[in-house]
Write a protein that binds this ligand. Structure first.
Ligand code: DGL
Length: 286
């Protein structure tokens, strides 16, 4: 089985494209809905919660776990990879590196203005800024970092709106407008906006509409959602690591676990997914 973890429903926007791209594998999805959102929590808490979830997925038989959560990828991935797992037996992958790779995939040598929308935790970790600068310097060694303009905006109300199911209501428009305006005020020349939280694709339509209204006739920045990017990167990873691929069972099944009430997850998750599901509740014991 391949484990897919998020603080709540957001990872489903990653799981869906993964299953479309790699339907043969078995997946175990875990949403820590009872403790979401993670985005406003401290480094230590996010690390402890994420490690607990990863260990739980390992215990269930996953050899490979995808942190389908930017906040966990930003705050916990590196420490877990370096200190908590044996890479000979288990692997954990995040979503930040493949997302940044996709931004520069066209290899176009040009001035770039990148906007990042993310949780407070991801923004304060500076993980995207560090990774963008690193990959820019590797790809374009002759072009100074002065040509790379990065702006970040934390959107602390978006995950609660999504987790509560209120994200489609008109009340959500206020917060979509507020954070997008703040981002574009930092840099009106932004050409690419990263939806750097796996929950945010649920707001993509509202974000698109708000950009159209705000920018009028000016060019709309490219919006990058991570689902297909992470799916393609996982496909590539499995091709490069046949020893791990061989251990991933292949019956095309997917099981959904949540730390909240199962019936609540089952009905809310169906909004995100193409087919109905049946979730089970799990309890963590620290
Ligand atoms: N969906 C997660 C992310 O990508 C976390 C959101 C949260 O729990 O605050 O960052």
């Amino acid at each position: 089985m391949i484990g897919v973890f998020d603080s709540g429903y957001g990872g489903l926007t990653i799981l869906e494209p993964i299953r479309r791209t790699l339907p043969q594998y078995d997946y175990l999805y875990l949403g820590d809905n009872a403790r979401a959102p993670y985005g406003t929590r401290s480094f230590q808490v996010i690390y402890e919660y994420t490690l607990q979830a990863v260990n739980y997925l390992f215990e269930q038989g996953c050899r490979l776990v995808i942190l389908a959560c930017n906040t966990a990828s930003a705050k916990a991935l590196r420490t877990i990879q370096m200190h908590d797992i044996n890479p000979d037996t288990h692997r954990v992958l995040g979503v930040i590196r493949p997302t940044v790779e996709s931004v520069f995939a066209d290899n176009q040598l040009q001035e770039r203005h990148i906007g990042i929308l993310a949780t407070q935790g991801t923004v304060s970790s500076q993980s995207y800024v560090i990774e963008l600068k690193k990959q820019w310097s590797q790809r374009f060694p002759t072009l100074s970092l002065d040509h790379l303009h990065i702006s970040q905006q934390a959107c602390p109300m978006w995950v609660p709106l999504i987790e509560s199911g209120e994200y489609k209501e008109t009340g959500a428009d206020y917060f979509v407008n507020k954070y997008l305006t703040s981002l574009l005020e930092q840099d009106p020349l932004i050409d690419t906006i990263l939806l750097a939280c796996t929950h945010y694709p649920l707001l993509q339509k509202k974000i698109q509409d708000t950009l159209l209204t705000y920018l009028g006739k000016r060019p709309i920045p490219t919006l990058i959602a991570q689902g297909q990017i992470v799916a393609d990167s996982l496909k590539d990873y499995l091709l490069r690591h046949p020893e791990i691929e061989a251990d991933c069972t292949k019956s095309g099944r997917c099981t959904f676990l949540t730390t909240e009430q199962a019936d609540k997850f089952t009905s809310s998750a169906s909004v995100f997914l193409t087919a109905p599901i049946e979730a089970q509740q799990v309890e963590f014991h620290a």
